[in-house]
Design a protein around this ligand. Structure first.
Ligand SMILES: Cc1cc2nc3c(=O)[nH]c(=O)nc-3n(C[C@H](O)[C@H](O)[C@H](O)COP(=O)(O)OP(=O)(O)OC[C@H]3O[C@@H](n4cnc5c(N)ncnc54)[C@H](O)[C@@H]3O)c2cc1C
Length: 478
């Protein structure tokens, strides 16, 4: 007899779990609180830019593991895969200036501290200090639960931390290196350090494995045309075609454990629409604080073990400009900004129309009268920092973009803008996160009818979530 599975949350992790459960022969109902599935993979059309549609959340996925490309091929979407324009590279911005981001690095950690592109950012003294890392014992600076700041400062020096690692941790993980756990930020580097004796050696090994040319920073990604939202849409279509039920606009507000998988439905849930639904198997694919609240009374031991990763509120602003000065792509694909850089509040800038050919083409089609249409996306919201207001953010972004790109940009060139808020999507893994996840995994082994999935468990990013789901599939198929 097939099991009835309820999945709570229709982000990527929930959609993949629903599909996996269906493939195992179960009847699946997925409930999503917002109006659409996809969670942090979303898009929006800009009426002022002729309906041009942009990614409002994730805009690309890491290709090193091959897991997402494989999923996309399985969904029959290979034709939609696009790669960034070659040779542009990205930039890192700090008080030391705007520099090309060193190639072959991970989490901002360079593989070769004395390479010319690394020395340009760090200066000779900073580069020599980083080079000393190879002589340190592998255990140096790496106590369990150590933060990114601790490990990097002690092993590679302050300049690597401030100019290379902090911009990546702030821009990509929306976190502060002083509070982000190293082992969670990069489990591969954490293991690699123990295996290869130094972080730089670990980066060389890991990067060497993922690409023959060791690629320039920011190029080891793919995206989908017209937007990444194609991925959740395809998963949704597949789930529906296989007889699953997807309901949006349904907030789950209560969970009760009513039995075990052997004696009737194990779970009963309550929704914001005053409904009660039962299930034999429950998958919580919502943020960790929601999962905690839902399980607090139902399974207190599991609820207590869910590590509380605080969310970092993010405010993005997309600018569509008619700006010929941007045609030569002055910052390559974009830039990550070191915290505290004088005169710049943005933490990252993506030059979408430089990075992606399909974006430039779509802009030209949507805005045929514009001579040089460009898309810039800037993000704001470092941990502990006040977000710019909706009123000030467009002018602030124009000023920040002018400084980063080294060319004046003004409202006279602005064709459209869109402000996007993400309040709960990015989680900061505090020290102890990895150990807490191990404890949680142990407890969940005693609750076979309960599953907890999501980026707070798998790691930030599309690739981490797909790999975690692949691991689950291997577990269930064996
Ligand atoms: C601005 C931004 C840019 C990003 N860029 C990239 C990128 O370029 N590349 C990359 O790999 N990753 C990127 N990420 C990260 C990546 O998008 C996320 O790690 C991933 O999409 C998270 O998926 P998830 O399913 O774990 O969570 P979510 O996408 O957050 O999904 C959780 C879902 O649960 C629903 N939910 C919550 N509570 C309830 C409830 N009580 N009842 C029912 N439903 C509920 C929510 O509405 C949501 O849809 C970015 C994230 C953001 C915010």
């Amino acid at each position: 007899m097939s099991t009835r599975v309820l999945v709570i949350g229709g982000g990527l992790a929930g959609l993949l779990a629903a599909r996996r459960q269906q493939r195992a022969g179960h009847h699946v109902v997925l409930l999503e609180a917002s109006g659409t599935v996809g969670g942090a993979i979303a898009d929006a059309a800009l009426p002022d830019a002729g309906g041009f549609t942009l990614n409002t959340g994730a805009e690309a996925y890491a290709t090193a593991s091959g897991a997402v490309d494989a999923l996309i091929a399985e969904l029959g979407l290979e034709q939609r895969i696009v790669a960034p324009r070659e040779g542009l590279g990205s930039r890192v911005v700090s008080d030391a200036g705007v520099h090309r981001a060193p190639g072959a690095s991970m989490l901002g950690i360079p593989s070769r501290p004395l390479a010319a592109d690394v020395r340009a950012v760090l200066g000779t003294a900073g580069a020599l200090r980083a080079r000393l890392e190879r002589f340190l014992p592998a255990s140096y600076g790496t106590r369990p639960g150590a933060t990114v700041a601790e490990v990097v400062r002690r092993r590679l020096g302050r300049t690597v931390l401030e100019r290379l690692v902090a911009p990546v941790v702030g821009g990509v993980h929306s976190a502060d290196p002083a509070t982000l756990e190293f082992a969670t930020a990069s489990p591969a580097l954490s293991r690699g350090l123990a295996e290869h004796g130094s972080l730089t050696a670990a980066v060389r090994r890991l990067r060497g494995r993922s690409t023959a040319s060791a690629g320039s920073a920011g190029t080891l990604v793919h995206s989908l045309t017209p937007t990444m939202a194609v991925l959740p849409e395809a998963l949704q279509a597949q789930i529906l075609a296989a007889g699953g039920i997807l309901r949006s606009g349904v907030d789950v507000i209560g969970v009760e454990q009513t039995g075990t998988e052997h004696d009737g439905p194990a779970w009963r849930i309550r929704t914001s629409r005053q409904e009660e639904l039962t299930a034999d198997h429950l998958v919580l694919a919502c943020p960790p604080d929601t999962a905690h609240d839902l399980l607090r009374e139902a399974v207190p031991s599991v609820a207590r073990a869910i590590p509380q990763a605080p969310s970092a509120a993010l405010r993005l602003v997309a600018l569509v400009l008619d700006a010929p000065a941007l045609d030569p792509h002055p910052c390559g694909t974009g830039a990550l900004v070191a915290p505290g850089t004088a005169g710049i509040r943005a933490k990252a800038l993506t030059h979408g129309s430089a990075k992606w050919d399909h974006v430039q083409q779509a802009l030209r089609e949507a805005l045929p009268a514009a001579g040089s249409p460009h898309l810039l996306r800037l993000s704001y919201g470092r941990p502990g920092e006040q977000l710019p207001t909706h009123e000030e953010i467009v002018d602030l972004a124009l000023a920040d973009a002018s400084r980063i790109l080294g060319t004046p940009l003004s409202r006279t060139q602005l064709l459209a803008s869109e402000v996007i808020d993400w309040d709960r999507a990015m989680r900061q893994a505090l020290p102890g996160h990895r150990a807490a996840l191990d404890t949680l995994t142990g407890l969940l082994a005693q609750q076979p009818s309960l599953e907890l999935v999501g980026s707070w468990r798998a790691g930030t990013g599309i690739d981490a979530i797909v790999r975690a789901d692949d691991t689950h599939s291997e577990g269930t198929s064996s």
